[in-house]
Design a binder for this molecule. Structure first.
Ligand SMILES: Cc1cc2nc3c(=O)[nH]c(=O)nc-3n(C[C@H](O)[C@H](O)[C@H](O)COP(=O)(O)O)c2cc1C
Length: 211
């Protein structure tokens, strides 16, 4: 019997889409996890704009992209190393297993979450695999974590966040914290990713937990 915890990492088209890939790269060594990755078209666009990273090329040819961006270099190396440890689904493919409650996803994180997808989920719209899977998590009462990234926040976004928070969704934006003594962007990212993994009950030592 497969007792692995099924975890969906979805990436939407908000700034810092690289954080979703980085988060995935931190957990692929964990044997008890079965990971599923979905990127929206918006996420692929942001990765092109912010990282000069072409996700579809990466999947087709694992050797491409390496030299074009520095912030993602080590992450891509890890994704390459553990490529057989995660499945990739197309955001347009609503027949993917994770679109069905019977597949038994245990948890899903959308990192980062665009305010577009946040709004769709809050209103029950499921026209992409990411929004459909999120709504499946809600109906099955599984853990759902959203990391919305927008600044500043308007009343519509805040209202949507409240709607989802009231449904037990973990609303966890990438917010800086200084108590972990971060001295680089990587440290700060590890702090934020570590907080997300804490919420998902996934062990990590990515930042110094307060003692
Ligand atoms: C470079 C870039 C940065 C963006 N940053 C954000 C952002 O931080 N937050 C956000 O909600 N949308 C942002 N957007 C807009 C979204 O990508 C856009 O609304 C898209 O339709 C979201 O689609 P998705 O929800 O399917 O990923 C950005 C777009 C681009 C091209």
């Amino acid at each position: 019997m497969n007792k692995k915890k099924k975890l969906v990492i979805a990436i939407c088209g908000a700034s810092g889409a690289e954080l979703g890939l980085k988060c995935l790269s931190k957990i692929l060594h964990l044997d008890y996890l079965e990971c599923y990755l979905v990127l929206s078209e918006g996420a692929k666009n942001v990765l092109r704009c912010e990282n000069n990273f072409h996700f579809d090329n990466f999947v087709e040819s694992l050797d491409s992209n390496i030299s074009t961006n520095t912030r993602l270099k080590s992450t891509i190396e890890i994704l390459k190393k553990y490529r057989n440890r995660f499945h990739i689904f197309d955001d347009r493919d609503l027949s993917s297993p994770i679109a069905s409650g019977s597949f038994g996803v245990n948890a899903m994180a959308i990192i980062p979450c665009s305010v577009n997808s946040l709004a769709k989920i809050a209103y029950g719209i499921s026209d992409t695999l990411i929004t459909r899977s999120a709504l499946v998590c809600l109906k099955e009462q599984k853990k759902l974590l959203l990391a919305p990234r927008e600044m500043p926040l308007n009343a519509i976004i805040l209202q949507n966040m409240l709607t989802l928070c009231n449904l037990n969704v973990v609303i966890s934006p990438p917010i800086l914290g200084y108590y972990s003594n971060a001295s680089s962007l990587e440290d700060m990212e590890n702090f934020v990713i570590g907080k997300w993994l804490d919420s998902l009950d996934i062990e990590n030592s990515l930042y110094k937990h307060w003692e």
